[in-house]
Design a protein around this ligand. Structure first.
Ligand SMILES: CC(C)(COP(=O)(O)OP(=O)(O)OC[C@H]1O[C@@H](n2cnc3c(N)ncnc32)[C@H](O)[C@@H]1OP(=O)(O)O)[C@@H](O)C(=O)NCCC(=O)NCCS
Length: 155
C-alpha cells in the first residue's frame, strides 16, 4: 500500500495563531521554548517574517525570521515541526519559504551543537558553519552559527 502525501498549506501566521504557536514551542523546544512575549513579538513585529504550515486547520509547523536590513542579513530565528509530522519535508519547505520571505542576500541561523537533525537539514539546504558561540543556549550548550548566500537577493 502506498501512503497518500500529506496535504498542508504554507500561510502567513498572525496573532490569532498564538495559542497554537505556544503549543508547538512547548512540544518542540522542551529546554528553551520562547516565552509568550517573544511569541507575540514574532507574530506582530515589523521587519520580521512568520509563516505557518497548516494541516486541517491545525498549526503543524512554523518558521520565523528577522530582517536586519543594515547588515543585509536575514536571521531564521525559529523553525519547528510537530513531532508527528516530521520527515515529510515540511521543515525544508518552511525553511525555503522563510528564506524567500526574508529577501536578504545572506541568511544566518544558530543551532544547538547536539541538534544534528536540524544541522543536517541546514547542510542539505546549502548552509555552512561559520562560527561557534560558546555556552550560548540555556543549559550551557554551544551554538553553531550557519549561513547561506542568497544570490537572487544581491543588490
Ligand atoms: C529540525 C526540524 C524542523 C526538521 O523538520 P522536518 O519537517 O522533520 O524536516 P524535513 O522532513 O523537511 O527534513 C529535511 C531534511 O533534513 C534532514 N533531517 C531532518 N530530520 C532528520 C533526522 N531526524 N535525522 C536525519 N536527518 C534529518 C534530512 O536531510 C532531511 O531530508 P531527507 O528526509 O530527504 O533525508 C524538526 O526536526 C524539529 O522541529 N525539531 C525540533 C525543533 C528544532 O530543533 N528546530 C531547529 C532549531 S535550530
Amino acid at each position: 500500500m502506498t501512503e497518500r502525501p500529506l496535504f498542508y498549506e504554507l500561510l502567513p501566521a498572525t496573532l490569532g495563531d498564538l495559542s497554537q504557536l505556544n503549543a508547538l514551542e512547548k512540544a518542540c523546544f522542551p529546554l528553551d521554548a520562547w516565552p509568550l512575549i517573544e511569541q507575540i513579538a514574532a507574530l506582530t513585529f515589523p521587519a520580521t517574517i512568520r509563516i505557518k504550515a497548516e494541516h486541517k486547520g491545525r498549526l503543524i509547523g512554523f518558521v520565523g525570521g528577522d530582517i536586519r536590513r543594515a547588515h543585509q542579513t536575514g536571521w531564521i530565528t525559529t523553525l519547528a515541526v510537530l513531532p508527528e509530522y516530521r520527515r515529510l519535508g515540511i521543515g525544508e519547505a518552511l525553511l525555503r519559504a522563510g528564506e524567500q520571505a526574508l529577501r536578504m542576500p545572506l541568511v544566518k541561523l544558530s543551532v544547538r551543537r547536539t541538534n544534528l537533525e536540524a544541522q543536517l537539514l541546514y547542510l542539505k539546504n546549502g548552509y555552512h558553519k561559520v562560527e561557534t558561540w560558546r555556552r550560548y543556549y540555556e543549559g550551557g550548550e554551544d551554538a553553531i552559527v550557519m549561513e547561506k548566500d542568497m544570490p537572487a537577493f544581491k543588490l
